[in-house]
Design a protein around this ligand. Structure first.
Ligand code: SF4
Length: 343
């Protein structure tokens, strides 16, 4: 494709969400990334939370954690460039030990992944012997390695049900755990790190943890009331990392991919997306005839680390290479592959 055609496609696609001068600058970088991607036999995976100019120009595949994990498991390219955060790039490496996996920005972390350690999981196992551990994919490799199976927001309830166990340890997102408890009708407890005197562990079916996504925890019932007062016909979609109260007050709640499909398949003219703000821009660009309200105070600072400039540098300098120690990788792979098999 010529540069002129590529630029024109970006101008059309992004005209309502990115200022035109910015598109001219970013199109040049994106075009060079795509040239280098072919030269280096690389594939670029882009999470739904990437900024719109990147999201609509360089990824070969876009999606949520589960979808991108599946693609990462099947790619025949030599290099995987993960435009997402570190735990996602780690998952790609776990599934592709022979391939070079690059994360364009070293500091692209995650508040949720940082909320729990492998030692925390071992302590919970010791406290609740024999209870299977389901871990959200938004965790680092050493935590996945201590788990029986991983899950994402799109299959969390199905994975919990598939355990066929009276009780399940579900880590580390407090709100996702509470939402899954509601979906599955299970009673949930959140044990303290150290057991208090007189505290009992007997009354539980789901055992949670106090991790939270620093983006989704910010949405409130007040946000929903304010928007509904101004736009009575608005359809409100909330990610399952939002609080159960926000989820209950919304019209639809699910994973990012299910939210995208909902907007594509619905006839409603106006939506509010209670999720990471760039995703609202990306859906708006893909659905120009529908209006998207966003509460754009909420941009994930970690996803925001990934830029077109850094992605170009990643391909030019082969940086930053993701490594996972083999003993951890093998155990983490079992949990991730089990999740993929459940679907
Ligand atoms: S949006 Fe939340 S869960 Fe996703 S990377 Fe950012 S902090 Fe982590």
């Amino acid at each position: 494709m010529s540069y002129e055609t590529f630029l024109n496609e970006m101008l059309v696609k992004l005209k309502h969400v990115v200022p035109e001068p910015e598109i001219y600058i970013k199109a040049e970088i994106a075009y060079e990334i795509n040239r280098l991607k072919a030269e280096r036999n690389a594939v670029i995976l882009g999470h739904n939370y990437m900024e719109p100019a990147l999201y609509h120009s360089i990824p070969d595949y876009v999606g949520d954690s589960l979808g991108l994990s599946r693609i990462a498991a099947q790619t025949d390219k030599d290099i995987i460039v993960f435009c997402g955060v570190r735990f996602m790039a780690e998952t790609a490496k776990i599934l592709n030990p022979e391939k070079t996996v690059l994360l364009p920005a070293q500091k692209a972390g995650c508040s949720l992944a940082a909320s729990i350690t492998a030692e925390d999981v071992r302590s919970l196992r010791a406290r609740f012997p024999g209870v299977p551990v389901v871990t959200y994919v938004n965790t680092y490799a050493d935590v996945k390695a201590e788990s029986d199976v991983c899950c994402t927001s799109s299959n969390a309830a199905a994975v919990v049900e598939s355990m066929n166990s009276e009780a399940v340890i579900f880590l580390p997102d407090e709100y996702l755990a509470r939402n899954v408890a509601q979906q599955t009708g299970k009673h949930i407890i959140f044990p303290s790190r150290q057991k208090a005197e007189g505290e009992t562990d007997l009354d539980y079916q789901l055992i949670g943890w106090h991790g939270r996504c620093e983006v989704h925890e910010q949405f409130t019932i007040r946000d929903i009331e304010d928007i509904r007062a101004q736009y009575p016909d608005v359809i409100i979609l909330a990610h399952l990392e939002c609080s159960p109260e926000v989820v209950a007050a919304s019209d639809f709640s699910a994973s990012t991919t299910a939210m995208i499909h909902y907007v594509e398949q619905s006839d409603a003219p106006l939506y509010l997306l209670l999720t990471e703000c760039a995703m609202g821009d990306n859906i708006a660009a893909a659905n120009p005839h529908k209006e998207m309200l966003r509460l754009c105070r909420v941009r994930c600072p970690h996803m925001n680390e990934i830029t077109l400039e850094d992605t170009l540098a990643a391909l030019q300098k082969t940086q930053y290479v993701i490594e996972v120690p083999e003993d951890i990788r093998v155990r983490a792979a079992r949990a991730v592959e089990r999740m993929i098999a459940i679907g």
